[in-house]
Design a binder for this molecule. Structure first.
Ligand SMILES: [Zn+2]
Length: 187
């Protein structure tokens, strides 16, 4: 779904990162990084995701694509704008977020947060429709840009949060094998 179809707000560009990319995106992109939205709100809507990220100081959704539990694929940050999803490692890197909490083990959380996420918010999981749409999207992006590396957020950079969670990493490993892609070089 394109941004005008899901009712996106305009990007907030003043003072926030918003970098146009080279014309030849197929020469530019070689990596896909998979994220999950985590447990701020399980199964958040695309509008809630944009609000959250803009409140957190981003110009727009930091990921290029978002996929919900029904398998809808949403345009996030336009593909011709540099992503803001993997701190310090966004060059040549397409970001996709699965809008669910896929961290069943709730790794990297304080005990207090662990309790909230494990017992109050719960874990969402990835529906069949979500996984199918992700597979189709990766296939499409590979045909458009020629993707060499595909990985989870924590494979690309070290982070305190275990993104996209143990459930998300299973999906990453499946996709990597299916499309014969490599583990990204950690930055
Ligand atoms: Zn992430």
């Amino acid at each position: 779904m394109l941004k005008n179809e899901w009712g996106a707000k305009d990007p907030i560009k003043n003072g926030r990162s918003w970098e146009s990319l080279p014309i030849s995106l197929s020469a530019y992109y070689d990596t896909i990084t998979i994220h999950h939205s985590g447990n701020a709100k399980n199964y958040m809507t695309i509008q809630q995701l944009q609000d959250k990220e803009q409140n957190d100081g981003y110009a727009d959704i930091p990921y290029h694509f978002a996929i919900d539990s029904k398998g809808n694929i949403y345009e996030g940050r336009p593909i011709y704008i540099k992503g803001a999803h993997t701190a310090g490692a966004n060059t040549s890197n397409i970001g996709i977020v699965l809008m669910s909490d896929l961290d069943y083990q709730n790794k990297g959380l304080s005990f207090e947060k662990f309790l909230v996420e494990n017992y109050i918010n719960g874990n969402g999981g990835a529906s069949t429709a979500m996984r199918k749409s992700l597979t189709n999207l990766v296939s499409y992006l590979n045909s458009q840009y020629g993707i060499q590396y595909l990985g989870g957020h924590i494979e690309k950079i070290n982070d305190t949060r275990y993104c996209p969670g143990d459930g998300g990493m299973k999906i990453v490993n499946y996709l990597r094998q299916k499309f014969n892609m490599q583990i990204p070089i950690k930055q």
